[in-house]
Design a protein around this ligand. Sequence first.
Ligand SMILES: Nc1ncnc2c1ncn2[C@@H]1O[C@H](COP(=O)(O)OP(=O)(O)OP(=O)(O)O)[C@@H](O)[C@H]1O
Ligand SMILES: [Mg+2]
Length: 230
Amino acid sequence: MAFLRLDHVSKHYLTDGARVAALHDVSLEVDCGDFVALVGRSGCGKSTLLNLAGAMDFPTSGKVYLDGQLTSGLSDSGLAKIRREKVGFIFQSFQLLPALSVAENVELPLLLAGRGSAREIAIESLEWVEMEAFAQRMPYQLSGGQMQRVAIARALASGPRLLLADEPTGNLDSSTSEHILALLRRIVDEKNTILLMATHSAEAARIADTTVTLKDGRVLDVSVRAAMQE
Ligand SMILES: Nc1ncnc2c1ncn2[C@@H]1O[C@H](COP(=O)(O)OP(=O)(O)OP(=O)(O)O)[C@@H](O)[C@H]1O
Ligand SMILES: [Mg+2]
C-alpha cells in the first residue's frame, strides 16, 4: 500500500447549522519520493486535505491510511506517535516560537518526543538547510526565507516520511520562493520523503511530480509531470 492513501474521503463542517462540504469523494495515493502540488481556488479544500493527511483531523466519510494505519482507528497515543514520528508540517507563517533560539526551535519537538541527542540532531537538520551558522540567533533576527528554512529544519528533524506544507512560499518574494522550492525538491529526492504542498504558485506546481487540482472539494484533475521535462 502507498504510504499515504485517501479512500473516498469526504469532509463536511457544520457552521451555524449549515453544512459545508470541504471535500467530496477524494481518493489519492502518494508514495515516498513523490512531490505533490495541491492547487485550486481559495476554499477548494487544500488545507482540509492536508489536515486529514496529517491525521490532525478525520474524514466525515471515507478512510485515510498513513503508513498502512487507518487514522480514524488510532487511539490518542497512537495518533500522537504517528504525527510525531511520521509527519512534518511546514506553514506559510513559519510558526517559530519567538522566545526560543533557532537551535531551540528545531530541538523542541525532539525534546518533547523524548529523543536523545536532540541538540546534535537539530544542528544536523540546520546544516541541511544551510542555517547552522544562525543556530544561536532569535527568530526576529532572521529574514522570512531564513525563518522558513529553520521551520523546514524543524519539520525534518524527526525524520518524517511525510512532509505537509501549506503555502510554504506564500509570504516570500519570488527569488526566495525559488530557493525554498529547490530546497524542498532536494529534500524529496535525497531523503525520499513525500511532500504534499498546497500552493497558489504556478512555479511551485511546475517543480512537483504530480499536480492535483481541486475544485469545490472534488479532484478536478491529476497531472503527472512528463519525464521529458526533467
Ligand atoms: N473548521 C472549519 N469550519 C467550518 N468550515 C471550514 C473549516 N475549515 C474549512 N472550512 C471550509 O471548508 C472549505 C475548504 O477550506 P480550506 O481551508 O480547505 O480551503 P483552501 O483550499 O485551503 O483555501 P485557501 O487557498 O484560501 O487556503 C471552505 O469553504 C472553508 O470555509
Ligand atoms: Mg488553505
